[in-house]
Design a protein around this ligand. Structure first.
Ligand code: ADP
Ligand code: MG
Length: 383
């Protein structure tokens, strides 16, 4: 049960459907961090050398799945960016019929999460997608933990399926982390609280020290009965969060940055001084300075998820201080996640990281040893 690599497929004059992860940050109709697009280019160029037609699939954000195009989640800026990178026309198409009828060589279908049935791996959408091409290339490592029509279902109905070069690279790099050298320092933050909380337990076993930040840290403090005001949290996760907060090597920062709202002046506070009308928007840089020894001692550092609302300058210093400490450490460093990449890039340290995974959730699940549905589907295809 092995995944067929791209190099074992014959693309000559075939139509190819590529699932990439081009879920990139967009602001003012422009892509603000191209990393995931750039990391998809080797596979795209490989395919284009041989195939007759390439149709790219990707999602962007979390739109409503109702077959209607919502402009703020349109892949238009991604199509333009891809066109610039390739130096060739890339046509954005709105529906499957248009994809069948178009004679253009490179197409990108609108945000696959507009299409009804994507998220519940619907049979009919999977079949329609499969009807578009002869070969399916799965290269969206960052979405391979989702069992969706464009990541799993389509594999069953297409003639041939294989993995792209990015997936191969990610697996090779992350396999090294599974046997990481200790001491291992892990840092976990971000906003996807419920999906990440469940991974803390196993990450705390793998790591010698695990530091929490972002909405995850807020949820832990809230679960311990601390006042967290209007901070980002998920109350439904409190039971689980309370158990995790008590694990010995889990560190929840007790110096935070709060504000009444995004436009008011930020203040540093000890966690016991947060008021009802405060929101915790960041971790204090002083907290990271106080644990510098953990960064100096670590042989491996794993980081996913920003420490705060880094998109706003006032609340970006916890994340940028962390990013700089990761970059300056002698440890082998691995970071992953769309927003984490964006934050590391803003902090200007991306080049000092040993391995940058394009994935967040999938990256954590993979190093935890979970099987990823899209990779399983590729394996099963070749039985
Ligand atoms: P990644 O994409 O790196 O896996 P996530 O998607 O889980 O990370 O989370 C990133 C998002 O979490 C960012 O948009 C960031 O603004 C938000 N975030 C982190 N901490 C906070 C906080 N304290 N309050 C509000 N938003 C936060
Ligand atoms: Mg994200």
């Amino acid at each position: 049960m092995k995944i067929k690599p791209l190099s074992n497929c014959s693309f000559d004059n075939k139509k190819v459907l590529l699932r990439a992860d081009m879920n990139v940050p967009i602001s003012g109709g422009k892509v603000t961090n191209k990393e995931r697009i750039i990391r998809s280019l080797p596979t795209i160029k490989f395919i284009l050398e041989k195939s007759s037609k390439l149709i790219v699939l990707s999602h962007l954000g979390r739109p409503i799945e109702n077959n209607i195009i919502q402009e703020e989640f349109s892949l238009q800026p991604v199509a333009r960016s891809l066109e610039e990178e390739l130096g060739r026309p890339v046509k954005l198409i709105r529906n499957i019929d248009e994809a069948i009828n178009s004679n253009e060589e490179i197409l990108i279908l609108e945000n696959i999460r507009f299409f009804k049935g994507e998220k519940n791996n619907d049979l009919s959408l999977s079949k329609q997608l499969a009807s578009l091409a002869d070969i399916f290339v799965m290269d969206a490592f960052a979405t391979s933990h989702r069992s969706h029509a464009s990541t799993v279902g389509v594999t069953d109905f297409i003639d041939e399926a294989c993995s792209g070069l990015l997936i191969q690279e990610e697996i090779k790099a992350l396999d090294k982390i599974i046997d990481a050298r200790s001491p291992v320092l892990a840092v976990l933050g971000g906003g996807k609280i419920s999906s990440k909380l469940s991974l803390i337990n196993s990450l705390s076993k793998k790591a010698d020290n695990l530091i929490l930040g972002g909405g995850i840290a807020n949820t832990c403090w809230g679960s311990l009965g601390k006042e967290i005001g209007n901070s980002l949290t998920e109350i439904s996760m409190y039971k689980e969060a309370r158990l995790l907060s008590k694990i010995e090597n889990v560190l929840i920062p007790d110096k935070v940055i709060v504000a009444k709202n995004l436009d008011s002046t930020p203040k540093e506070k000890g966690i016991d001084f947060v008021k009802k009308d405060d929101s915790i928007y960041d971790i204090s840089p002083h907290f990271f300075n106080s644990i510098e020894n953990l960064f100096n001692q670590a042989a491996t550092i794993i980081w996913n998820g920003p420490m705060g609302l880094f998109e706003a300058v006032n609340f970006s210093f916890g994340t940028s201080t962390l990013a700089t400490m990761v970059a300056n450490s002698d440890a082998y460093s691995v970071i992953g996640g769309g927003d984490t990449i964006s934050a590391a890039s803003k902090a200007g340290i991306l080049d000092s990281i040993d391995y940058v995974s394009t994935a967040g959730g999938a990256f954590l699940e993979y190093i935890e040893g979970k099987s990823l549905p899209a990779l399983e589907a590729l394996k099963n295809k070749n039985i």
